[in-house]
Design a protein around this ligand. Structure first.
Ligand SMILES: C[S@@+](CC[C@H](N)C(=O)[O-])C[C@H]1O[C@@H](n2cnc3c(N)ncnc32)[C@H](O)[C@@H]1O
Length: 252
């Protein structure tokens, strides 16, 4: 990805300044390899919390039947499926950087998993969105922004393609405010996530990355500041499972 003079790209595993290519190539390698096992890992590793967080995300998403929805970092189409079932918008554009993830999403479409909600798929890097200004009512993004080396640029792109009055709804891992819960969670992240991931998918390295990237990611307030920096206003968030995850809602 091209860098301009003002962008500070980071290594998403450490949060330290680094060329964007480092994180982009890693994320492509991780997700192209685990694409077919990704959904199984999610279900097992979060003890079912994953579904409750998606339910929460759907409750916070102000999607109406006449809306055009853009799902960023849509992966295997999980969020798009929940949007289709919960809200039946006019259209969903499900996008992701990694074609192998979208292949699984297309398989879900072939099986009828999106019901009768019209949905299309596109390989899109969220840091350079190829769509026109002001073309979407709602953007959904789950576990996406943490994987992007130029987060300010990605959020600015999302702001640009939203219509005035549009909303970004973002589900991401976050930081538990309670120190005891936080310490337990950090132990789980550091030691058990790589173990579980290796066991379920046969490849530990992707889960070592997952664990590191969560620990290096800004807390609730930090993510809200990044959104504010991209132009969003009236940013609120709701914690889930004691702040292990948070859903931020931000307006254009
Ligand atoms: C943890 S998965 C989340 C997928 C889906 N949103 C879900 O909730 O199951 C993260 C996704 O982010 C995608 N991703 C990473 N960097 C991206 C970028 N720069 N632009 C778009 N998608 C990206 C990855 O390919 C991967 O599919």
């Amino acid at each position: 990805m091209e860098n301009n003079a003002h962008s500070h790209t980071i290594d998403t595993a450490t949060g330290l300044e680094a060329p964007a290519e480092l994180s982009t190539e890693r994320v492509k390698s991780v997700f192209s390899q685990i694409a077919r096992k990704y959904e199984r890992f999610n279900a097992v590793s979060s003890f079912g919390a994953y579904r409750r967080w998606l339910d929460g995300m759907m409750r916070q998403a102000p999607i109406r039947p006449e809306h055009d929805v853009l799902d960023i970092a849509g992966g295997t189409g999980d969020v798009s499926r929940w949007v289709a079932r919960a809200h039946h918008p006019r259209h969903i554009q499900c996008t992701d950087l990694v074609p192998e993830m979208l292949e699984v999403a297309r398989m879900h479409k072939a099986r009828g998993d999106f019901g009768d909600t019209p949905i299309d798929f596109d390989v899109v890097d969220a840091q350079v969105i190829p769509y026109a200004d002001a073309s979407y009512d709602i953007i959904t993004m789950a576990y996406g922004i943490r994987n992007m080396p130029d987060r300010p640029r990605a959020l600015s792109e999302m702001y640009r393609v939203l219509k005035p009055g549009g909303t970004l709804v973002c589900l991401e891992f976050s930081t538990p405010p309670n120190p005891v819960w936080r310490a337990l969670y950090m132990f789980y992240l550091k030691h058990l996530i790589p173990f579980w991931g290796g066991l379920i998918t046969g490849d530990k390295s992707g889960f070592v990355y997952l664990s590191k990237s969560i620990r290096a990611f800004p807390d609730q307030r930090g993510l809200a500041s990044l959104m504010e920096g991209a132009g969003f206003h009236d940013i609120t968030w709701k914690n889930y499972t004691g702040g292990i995850a948070a859903v931020h809602v931000a307006h254009k």
